[in-house]
Design a protein around this ligand. Structure first.
Ligand code: MLT
Length: 209
């Protein structure tokens, strides 16, 4: 589907669950990449999976970057607004509850999920952020009270230094979110143990899924 501003896939909730996982792929990914992971994380949730609209050497991303880990702030802001609009439009088009959307973002996808939490705190009920960075430091903190957020960080991640994960956890905590920062002996890639931990975390925080 290309309507609603993003090429995307949508899988309805198999048994009418009110939870929708917003799947956000990493650099070079597509709207198909995380569908399997999404279903592993929740048997019952609807899955909404857009493709990032920016191309970097042919690789889809959710926003432009100037160098590794250096983000184009204007594009990040514009794309974040567009993504929030897409989620709202998809909720109306597909009939899922707008207050039951939990992001599952990997790397670049985790970074736009973080930016969405800051700029559109009402869009996401929670988030699983896999190998995220701090998208930017806001001048004013968003109100994320009561939003559960799981950060999956790798001790051997060459792209995201330890302090970066801790800085993001601190920022989200100051905004009122209930943050779980989980460390795995892992690189930038997600491990099977982390998938199992994320599944358990989701079913504890969002039992309706
Ligand atoms: C980003 O650009 O969002 C981060 O560097 C993660 C990545 O996509 O490599």
């Amino acid at each position: 589907m290309t309507e609603l501003g993003f090429v995307h896939k949508f899988a309805p909730a198999p048994a009418g669950s009110s939870l929708t996982l917003l799947l956000l792929h990493g650099t070079g990914g597509t709207e198909s990449d995380l569908l399997h992971l999404g279903r592993e994380l929740s048997q019952g949730a609807a899955l909404l999976s857009p493709r990032g609209r920016v191309l970097e050497n042919g690789m889809p991303r959710f926003f432009k970057r100037l160098a590794l880990g250096v983000f184009d702030m204007q594009d990040l802001t514009d794309q974040t607004h567009a993504l929030a609009g897409f989620v709202g439009g998809a909720s109306k088009a597909y009939g899922f509850r707008p207050d039951g959307v939990v992001a599952v973002g990997y790397s670049n996808g985790a970074n736009i999920a973080g930016s969405t939490l800051i700029l559109h705190p009402g869009t996401l009920a929670g988030a699983v952020l896999v190998r995220p960075m701090v998208p930017f430091m806001p001048e004013t903190l968003p109100d994320l009270s009561g939003r559960p957020i799981l950060i999956l960080a790798g001790t051997r991640d060459a792209l995201v230094p330890r302090e970066e994960s801790e800085r993001l956890a601190g920022l989200l905590e100051r905004a009122g979110a209930g943050v779980t920062l989980r460390w795995a002996e892992a690189t930038h890639s997600i491990t099977g143990g982390e998938v199992a931990a994320a599944r358990a975390w989701l079913s504890a925080k969002f039992p309706e899924g």
